[in-house]
Design a protein around this ligand. Structure first.
Ligand code: GLU
Length: 283
């Protein structure tokens, strides 16, 4: 039985891009006689709000989607992510970095003054710090002192534990895609106040929920490299991936949750129908 999921973050209102993703999941699930689950990715407590979640459910129902209950809300399952993180920690694949974001920006600037410094597929500079080399007693002292920290994946150590990784892609660039997790450097897997990052939570949940097909926007295409690596390290199965085109605004930019013009509830208020939305997203 195939299992599809739509996994929005309640940090704003759904727009046409989400409609495309949700409708594709719905149609592919139906076409394969499979299930569709809805997952609320609300681990970022500073940006996610219950009123956005309520609006998401309303917009999806209006679009004509049906999903299984109960809906999994990530904020209610932090122990699952803590357990996965603990497994990686026990294998010596995670280390705390104590630099603030401002310090990291200064370190990057210093590197860039000396020449080009690599950036990840999202365009952010790779972690330039040396926290991996901190002496164990220094680490222990700073943790005990309650300093803020980010837990990072030791990418070199992680890669040494797994062979070459790939995934099955049925969307853009269909075929077997070679994963390149090294392009992300020592990614953050958790922070002092948040026991998981998006990457860790998505991999744990897809496995726990038996997701067989991940259908999402192409902005997450190369995140799949990190997901495949975490799956391999944690012994989790790999779903089939289908990354779809993004809906762009008139200037060719990816839609933002803050733009009212393409928000589903705004379109609905203007009297547009779900059929109009389908047409607008090219379905
Ligand atoms: N929660 C993510 C978002 O709203 C999607 C994650 C995924 O589909 O893997 O962008």
């Amino acid at each position: 039985m195939t299992v599809f999921r739509f996994a929005p973050s309640p940090n704003g209102h759904l727009h046409l891009g989400h409609a495309l993703s949700a409708l594709l999941n719905h149609e592919m699930a139906r076409a394969s006689g499979g299930r569709l689950i809805l997952r609320i990715e609300d681990i970022d407590a500073t940006r996610c709000r219950p009123e956005y979640e309520a609006a998401i459910l309303e917009d999806l129902a209006w679009l004509g989607l049906a999903w299984e209950e109960p809906v999994r809300r990530q904020s209610e399952h932090l122990d699952d992510y803590r357990a996965a993180l603990a497994r990686l920690e026990r294998r010596g694949l995670v280390y705390p970095g104590f630099e603030s974001r401002a310090e990291i920006a200064r370190l990057v600037a210093a590197r860039e003054a000396a020449g080009p410094w690599p950036r990840d597929p999202d365009g952010a500079p790779l972690y330039p710090g040396a926290a991996r080399e901190l002496a164990p007693e220094v680490r222990a002292r700073r943790l005990a002192a309650g300093e803020p920290y980010a837990l990072r994946l030791d990418m070199a150590a992680a890669l040494a534990r797994v062979g070459p990784l790939a995934w099955e892609e049925t969307g853009l660039q269909a075929g077997r895609v070679a994963a390149a997790p090294e392009a992300w450097g020592d990614v953050v897997l958790a922070r002092k106040e948040t026991p998981t990052s998006y990457h860790l939570a998505v991999v744990v949940d897809d496995a726990l929920q038996g997701v067989s097909h991940v259908v999402r926007g192409e902005d997450l295409f190369w995140s799949t490299s990190v997901h495949r690596l975490l799956q391999a390290l944690l012994g989790l199965p790999a779903p089939v991936y289908h990354h779809h085109r993004l809906i762009r605004d008139a200037d060719g930019r990816k839609l933002a949750k803050s733009t009212r013009a393409t928000a589903l509830r705004e379109l609905r208020a203007q009297g547009l129908t779900p059929e109009d939305v389908r047409r607008m997203v090219g379905l």
